[in-house]
Ligand binder design. Structure first.
Ligand SMILES: *Cc1c(COP(=O)(O)O)cnc(C)c1O
Length: 394
């Protein structure tokens, strides 16, 4: 195959042509500032409010509960720091999990240095949070529970309805980082008792650099970005109209095909999982087989390094991701794989292949064929594997 095979949709996605098309008029023609009173300004304002309505509709939220941000990370920071600042006089305790994205974990660490106490609820060996552990962590001074909707590395879908019910019962605010789940799973913020929800455009075929935070009406969340009166004085900065329009278009497309996309991806995912586990010895699936994002697979292969696998896959035109946080300049294995109890050497040989609805069976089969060959080649060079084979022969 000469074509690029993109299996890293959990990292970012390709922008859909329909999305680009929806955005284009807002660059050279309808470029007005949404705060200006002349007609191209007002056209921008209208496009902005239509986008807000579209996004709100996908979550069963009210239009005025959607606030556009510069990315998912900003939405997470705003929800957590904004809550801490607005409700810090009521209490200084926050509950989260030990498998959150760094946008949540590092924000919690930031607050820890400023007098807040954070409880990191653990996950089980499949990466699932147990709601009773969240409930047990609640104290009289708990002001916020922030638990991700679905994990970006191992795809585990968390028991959000149960956690939402617990938060409501105890009068604690509930934020969820839904960046991996939004438009991939149905979400109703009212049925699930979610008070704040973060999402990011580039994880569902909109451009990078745009996201939103849903804030339940009545919450006194403090602003995070200070300046002009945009976003009803809660998020300053001239609105990124084109990108926001693109994000709404992408959400609309994804929601219209949600069930179909889910079915298609789940079938591809399960085919990929079953071929890898049956055809590649000493491999394992990380995460829960059942409560799993439709597009997520995450494997560990014993005796080899994830980075070497990635480089060899890249030479075949296949994009995937490994379990180690090498972006942070370290070769420490991912905190998520550590949290589910993988030994270092197994976590080091991890590979995440994340699908989208545009991937094909042919691509998946070609990838498994390549992977089999790559794993065998790397093991042939691995002293660890040589040791293992010698010991087995004894
Ligand atoms: C990608 C991601 C983010 C960050 O979103 P950006 O828009 O890239 O800042 C946060 N949380 C999760 C779970 C993610 O997958």
């Amino acid at each position: 195959m000469n074509k690029l095979i993109y299996l890293d949709n959990a990292a970012t996605t390709a922008v859909k042509p329909e999305v680009v098309e929806a955005m284009l008029p807002y660059y050279c023609e309808k470029f007005g500032n949404a705060s200006s009173i002349y007609s191209i300004g007002q056209e921008s304002k209208e496009a902005l409010e239509n986008a807000r309505q579209t996004i709100a509709g996908t979550l069963n939220a009210k239009t005025e509960e959607i606030y556009f941000t510069g990315c998912g990370t900003e939405a997470d920071n705003w929800a957590i720091i904004g809550t801490a600042e607005a409700y810090g006089n009521k209490g200084k305790h926050i509950i989260t999990s030990n498998v959150e994205h760094h946008a949540v974990l590092h924000t919690c660490e930031y607050l820890e240095k400023r007098g807040f106490e954070i409880t990191y609820v653990p996950v089980d060996e499949k990466g699932l949070i147990h709601p009773e552990d969240v409930e047990a962590a609640i104290r009289p001074d708990t002001i916020l529970i922030t638990i991700m909707f679905a994990n970006n590395e191992i795809g585990t879908i968390m028991p959000i309805a149960e956690i939402g019910a617990i938060a409501k019962k105890h009068g604690v605010l509930f934020h969820t980082d839904a960046v991996q789940a939004f438009t991939h799973l149905p979400i109703d913020v009212n049925a699930l008792n979610i008070d704040m929800l973060s999402a990011s455009g580039h994880k569902f075929h909109a451009p990078k650099g745009v996201g939103f935070l849903y804030i339940r009406k009545g919450l006194k969340l403090k602003s995070f970005i200070h300046g002009g009166a945009q976003e009803r004085k809660r998020r300053a900065g001239t609105e990124n109209v084109a990108q926001i329009v693109g994000m709404a278009k992408a959400a609309e497309l994804a929601m219209a095909n949600l069930e179909e996309n889910e079915k298609k991806q789940t079938a591809l995912r399960d085919h990929l999982i079953s071929r890898v586990l049956t055809e590649i010895p000493h491999s394992r699936l990380n995460g829960d087989a059942e409560h799993r994002l439709p597009g997520n697979t995450n494997f560990s292969f014993q005796f080899i390094e994830g980075e070497s696998m990635l480089m060899m896959l890249d030479m075949k035109g296949i994009c995937g991701s490994s379990g180690s946080a090498c972006t942070a300049g370290s070769l420490d294995p991912s905190h998520v794989l550590m949290a589910i109890g993988l030994p270092h050497e197994i976590a080091h040989g991890s590979l995440r292949l994340s699908l989208c609805e545009d991937n094909t069976l042919e691509e998946v089969d070609y990838t498994v064929d390549c992977l089999k060959e790559i794993v065998a080649r790397l093991r042939a060079m691995s002293p660890l594997y040589e040791d293992f084979v010698k010991k087995q022969k004894k």
